[in-house]
Write a protein that binds this ligand. Structure first.
Ligand SMILES: Nc1ncnc2c1ncn2[C@@H]1O[C@H](COP(=O)(O)OP(=O)(O)OP(=O)(O)O)[C@@H](O)[C@H]1O
Length: 193
């Protein structure tokens, strides 16, 4: 895909990906663009993170190879289409993808060639406290996220999975590390691509 090299953000739910991305997109308006994921779930509230697509249309698109990653959770299909990434790249923006571990594995099989950044919590205890304080989860969904987080944490430790791993303890410090890493990796990739 032509255009600037995309950046993949991954890490456990509650690690602070959205918080850091919001700061980044706020500070660097006109540099980064967010690829909006598609989903077949009908939301009761307005979902700014997903665009609604009919289930059968998503299935057809996935079968047709139109998606760079997709997954099914609780009976709903979520995915990132090639068109969504291309639309951001066409504006000469660095496309940001916020995806889970399965998405990272799928993207590694494509020719997208993004920079992979993992955002990690300082500990499982802190992660649980943040998820509880966010008040977005039921006890059941919270436990599911914590279980998934254990696997995501281990995945981030595997050599070669991520270009950069940032532990989000103090938010301002994590944000400074993120900016420094993005600058370094994008600068270095200018000479190696
Ligand atoms: N460094 C930090 N210190 C304290 N609280 C934080 C920090 N970073 C994020 N938070 C808070 O933790 C909660 C989880 O953060 P956030 O929603 O950004 O996580 P996420 O990784 O995007 O999760 P999800 O994958 O579920 O969307 C939020 O309430 C956020 O305000």
């Amino acid at each position: 895909m032509a255009g600037p090299r995309p950046v993949v953000f991954s890490g456990p739910s509650g690690a602070g990906k959205s918080t850091l991305l919001k700061k980044l997109l706020g500070e660097f308006d006109g540099i980064f663009g967010f690829s909006v994921s598609l989903c077949n779930r009908v939301c009761n509230v307005v979902c700014s993170d997903y665009h609604y697509v009919k289930r059968e249309d998503m299935q057809a698109g996935i079968a047709n190879g139109d998606f760079i990653e997709s997954a099914e959770f609780s009976g709903n299909i979520y995915g990132t289409s090639k068109a969504a990434v291309q639309a951001v790249q066409a504006q000469n923006l660095i496309c940001i993808l916020d995806i889970d571990m399965q998405g990272v594995k799928s993207i590694k099989k494509t020719n997208l060639n993004p920079i992979y950044i993992s955002i990690q919590p300082p500990s499982m205890d802190v992660l649980e406290k943040r998820l509880r304080a966010r008040k977005t989860e039921t006890e059941e969904s919270l436990q599911k996220r914590l279980q998934a987080a254990l696997i995501e944490v281990e995945f981030s430790k595997e050599a070669g999975q991520f270009d950069v791993v940032i532990v989000n303890d103090n938010l301002d410090e994590a944000y400074e590390k993120l900016k420094a890493a993005l600058l370094q990796v994008t600068f270095t990739s200018c000479f190696h691509s």
